[in-house]
Design a protein. Structure first.
Length: 177
C-alpha cells in the first residue's frame, strides 16, 4: 500500500486529540470553532418588544416541508422569549453587517434602537440581509445545554452579496466569486 502523502502525515502528527471534559469546555469549544459558519440574527416579538439574538448554529434542514433550525442556549437570559414565541425570523448577515451582529449579541433588546419592519404576525424583520426566513415554530428538541428550534419557513427572501463569516472566534467574509 502506498504511504500517505507527506502533507497528510504532517497533519496527523500535529493534530491534538482529546476527550471532552466537564472541567475544560474551552478545548471543545475551540474544536467546534474550527467549523466555519455564516452568522445569523434570529428575531421574535414579545411582551417586552422586539427580541434578537446572534446565532451561528443556524442550518437549513428540509426542502419539503421547508424547515430550518437553530440552537438556543437554554441558560441564555433571552432564550425564554424564543421558546415562547410562535413565530421567528432568521436573517443571514452580509459581510457589511458586523455591527448588527455585535449589537444583537450584546443586547436582546437592541432592535429598540435599530430600524426594522414587522411582518403581519409582529415578528421583527431586518433589511439588507443576504437571506431572510420568516418561520413558524415547528418543533423543539432538547439537546444538552441547548434546545434545537425547528421552524417551518412561511416566506423567504434573498439578495446577492458576500457573507459575514465566523471562524475560530474571529469574523471574516465569504466572497461569492
Ligand atoms: C458569532 C456568534 C454566534 C452565536 N451563536 C449563538 C447560538 O447559535 N445560539 C445561542 O444561544 N447563542 C449564540 N450566541 C450568543 C448570543 O448571541 C448572545 O451573545 C447570548 O445569548 C448572550 O447571553 P444572554 O442571552 O444571557 O444575554 C452567539 C454569539 C456570537 C457572537
Amino acid at each position: 500500500m502506498n504511504a500517505l502523502p507527506k502533507t497528510m502525515t504532517a497533519k496527523t502528527i500535529t493534530a491534538r486529540a482529546f476527550v471532552p471534559r466537564k472541567d475544560d469546555t474551552r478545548t471543545l469549544r475551540d474544536a467546534f470553532g474550527r467549523f466555519a459558519t455564516g452568522v445569523t440574527i434570529v428575531t421574535c416579538d414579545s411582551d417586552d418588544g422586539p427580541i434578537c439574538i446572534t446565532a451561528n448554529s443556524f442550518s437549513s434542514l428540509s426542502l419539503d416541508p421547508p424547515l430550518v433550525m437553530w440552537a438556543g442556549d437554554r441558560n441564555s437570559r433571552r432564550f425564554p422569549y424564543f421558546h415562547k414565541a410562535r413565530h421567528f425570523s432568521v436573517h443571514v448577515l452580509s459581510a457589511g453587517q458586523s455591527e448588527l451582529c455585535f449589537g444583537c449579541s450584546r443586547n436582546a433588546h437592541a432592535l429598540r434602537e435599530i430600524d426594522h419592519d414587522r411582518c403581519e404576525n409582529g415578528t421583527p424583520l431586518l433589511p439588507d440581509c443576504l437571506a431572510r426566513f420568516e418561520c413558524e415554530q415547528h418543533a423543539y428538541y432538547d439537546a444538552g445545554d441547548h434546545v434545537i428550534v425547528v421552524g417551518e419557513v412561511l416566506r423567504a427572501s434573498m439578495t446577492d452579496g458576500d457573507a459575514l463569516a465566523f471562524y475560530a472566534g474571529k469574523y471574516g467574509q465569504f466572497a461569492r466569486h
